[in-house]
Write a protein that binds this ligand. Structure first.
Ligand SMILES: C[S@@+](CC[C@H](N)C(=O)[O-])C[C@H]1O[C@@H](n2cnc3c(N)ncnc32)[C@H](O)[C@@H]1O
Length: 287
């Protein structure tokens, strides 16, 4: 299990992403914290320079992955395949709030994060009148293998007859490969209990992040999150194989840049540096 100190170091990045979602009209202003605003201002010169040079920007990276995960989740809900969502490491992401506002009682959404961040999100949603049976925030340690803060325990509170999705955004690349494949395997086991298990996540691939400008970008990201950004797989095929070996019946890695004609955010060069995992589990057999 990764050290708790490593996990805690990742938490402040949620304040920054919270500011990005709010500044781009994806969120409620309540999700934008003062700390996030200050972090955004501190990073602004680097962002402006990258933009002026036509290079990848952190904002473009965040927005492009966020759009694609949204798009895949909307498609699964609209097709009737998914009505329950567990978003792990939700931080100050507005996705749960937006989806519950949009779909109302048709879905049930659980946001999960380490206790400190979860308490913050719970207080925010309560203030917005959004915390209730269909939209909850719970404590999780994504790397807990058992116990009340494990994924399995949280999934026990859901309806086993309903299609279910698990989302991670901005989590996987901050942890070493063994921790990640262990998490994928627990996710596959959990989702196999439900019909139409779906997993959505961002993922960075080593072979797609190699040129010097991109390496500098990854270095800057590592400094920003006060730790190493792990590039676990050298190719998309290798990543797909690892996801399927963890127990998913199928997996593919979408490129946000392929949606450039639909989403201006996906035109940022950073949209070529990130992938979105779309993985499925087999439905449980009828008894
Ligand atoms: C980069 S932020 C991403 C937040 C959100 N998904 C977004 O995109 O705005 C990373 C999040 O991972 C959470 N986190 C770190 N370690 C975790 C763990 N072991 N279990 C659950 N969440 C964790 C942090 O608290 C933080 O909210």
């Amino acid at each position: 299990m990764p050290k708790p100190s490593r996990a805690a170091a990742v938490s402040p990045t949620a304040l920054y992403t919270g500011a990005v979602w709010a500044r781009n009209g994806l969120s409620h202003p309540a999700f934008a914290t003062l700390e996030g605003h200050l972090m955004f201002q501190a990073a602004r010169p680097a962002l402006a320079l990258a933009r002026a040079l036509g290079g990848p920007t952190l904002e473009g990276l965040l927005l492009s992955r966020h759009r694609v995960i949204d798009q895949q989740l909307h498609a699964a809900i609209k097709a009737g395949r998914v009505t329950q969502v567990i978003e792990i490491a939700a931080g100050l992401s507005p996705r749960g709030w937006r989806f519950v506002k949009h779909y109302g009682p048709r879905i049930r959404y659980i946001e999960a994060d380490l206790p400190g961040m979860a308490a913050r999100k719970r207080a925010l949603l309560t203030r917005l009148g959004h915390h209730g049976d269909r939209h909850r925030v719970v404590d999780i340690d994504a790397f807990a293998e058992a116990g009340p803060m494990s994924l399995a325990a949280i999934a026990d509170t859901l309806d086993p007859t309903q299609g279910t999705a698990i989302i991670t955004e901005g989590l996987i690349n901050y942890f070493p490969v063994d921790a990640v494949t262990g998490l994928w395997s627990r996710m596959a086991t959990t989702l196999s209990r439900f019909p139409n298990g779906l997993y959505l996540s961002d993922l960075h691939i080593g072979g797609e992040n190699r040129n010097p400008a991109v390496r500098a970008f990854v270095q800057a990201l590592s400094v920003f999150v006060r730790g190493r950004v792990h590039l676990h797989f050298s190719s998309a095929d290798e990543a797909v194989q690892a996801i399927e070996s963890a127990g998913f019946s199928s997996a593919k890695l979408l490129r946000p840049s392929d949606l450039a004609k639909d989403w201006p955010d996906c035109r940022d060069p950073a949209a070529r540096l990130v992938r979105v995992i779309v993985a499925h589990t087999e439905s449980p057999r009828a008894a």
